[in-house]
Ligand binder design. Sequence first.
Ligand SMILES: Cc1cc2nc3c(=O)[nH]c(=O)nc-3n(C[C@H](O)[C@H](O)[C@H](O)COP(=O)(O)OP(=O)(O)OC[C@H]3O[C@@H](n4cnc5c(N)ncnc54)[C@H](O)[C@@H]3O)c2cc1C
Length: 470
Amino acid sequence: MADGVAKRRVVIVGAGVAGLSTAFLIREKIREIGSNVDMVILEAKPYAGGSTRTDLVNGYTCEWGPNGFLDNEPLTLRLIKMLGMEDRLIRANEASSRRFIYHNGKMREIALNPVKFIKSDIVSLPIKLRMALEYFIPARKNGDDETVYEFGRRRLGAGFAKYLLDPMVSGIFAGNTKELSLKAVFPKMVEMEKKYGGLFKAMFARQKETRKNGKKQGGPAGPGGTLHTFKYGMGELTETLAEKLKTDLRLSSPVKSVVKEDGKFTVITENDKIKADYLVLACPSYETSRMIRDIDKKVAGYLDEIEFAPVDVVCHGFKSENVGRSVDGFGVLVPRSEGIRSLGTLWSDSIFPGQAPDGYHLFRTILGGACDPEIVNLEDDALNDVAKKDLARLIDITNEPYLTKVFRHPKGIAQYTIGHLNKVAATERMERVLPGLCFTGVSYRGVSVNGCIKDAFRVADKFRDLEKSR
Ligand SMILES: Cc1cc2nc3c(=O)[nH]c(=O)nc-3n(C[C@H](O)[C@H](O)[C@H](O)COP(=O)(O)OP(=O)(O)OC[C@H]3O[C@@H](n4cnc5c(N)ncnc54)[C@H](O)[C@@H]3O)c2cc1C
């Protein structure tokens, strides 16, 4: 539909899963409402995908970053349907519900059932008894934010916080529980305490609901939902998006700054100045901070404060006969007290059979995180040696790997520390003052692929509303 108004333009900065999803959804909105809008996606690197990429090497599926997403976010499933990728989905193996913790020099399974958990040897009896008292701990009345550690210690005890919560949080956020904001990273926990009075009370109430409607909820070892990937790994998602958006995508085009003039944004790259009516900043907040400094120093300052933890991934392929213990499960997490440098190891072909050739296993060892930022100083060979040494201890590796792949993420995962939500609120105020401007991606409302995709829908809806109001 020609609307008799000059053509408008949306510029999207960053072509990770956040920028690509947002671009795809905005393009759908443009089609839906017949807007006269064109699109440019500017990506700094010579490739799209950000950290959501996959290398397929000699029968191994090696993930740069995310190895999957949970099917508990309906908007991710909707995007996959819109992309026509439903038949590409691979569901995690049942066995991957078995998760392990290495505690006191031994691999221990995390029992999902409360009775089995109490009977297990995962932590000492006093720690378990203190955990059981959670049921009787009154809900916190004041609504102030607290750290994830403080919440865990307050409700379930210091032993739980140290030996179980800490490694789980390191495994998901590569974060330091003593700094992360509960409200920002586990809003559901806040809600459970508020609504049901505590975690066990919430769990029992949810089990009741599960029995009623047959829908699976999260247990103590992992968040609700089942992990999924695509036939050729998570990179298939960003590759499909990039392919669909290829006419609008400009690679090797790092954005340097943004200027606001004549009611429009001017996006400045090395070789170009692009006028934009809509500007979606889908790159990491430290980059965005630099770009918007001349428009709003204060918000730029807040964004600059959002820390990112380094995360390195070492993929190893081993012959099954060289692995001394059963690796039937999701993988193992390691508390910091064990003297093992890795945060944990994922057993990739046990989670998604087919990610290693027959007769071989693929392990993804995760290192670094907020508690071990010095990891960035290790050369690849040294990092590989650490990962191999840790694997030998954790799962009795007895030979050299047949495959080694190292992926470095010096600024890997955004850390939502205390005060994070105030920073997000500041970006929301700026979005209101400058309609057409949007901040999205891993830095703001969820560090997961699901979080990024959910926010992409918010941005696309906002675009539609603004377009319609013109
Ligand atoms: C090791 C690791 C494991 C993970 N595992 C999981 C998992 O299992 N499940 C899960 O859900 N999530 C996981 N995550 C998180 C997940 O990777 C992120 O949620 C997601 O990739 C973030 O996407 P994004 O587009 O916001 O950021 P990115 O993927 O970082 O993309 C940002 C893009 O912006 C570009 N850019 C930066 N600066 C500029 C500039 N100046 N101009 C133009 N472009 C620019 C970058 O080059 C990049 O392509 C993991 C992350 C890591 C690092």
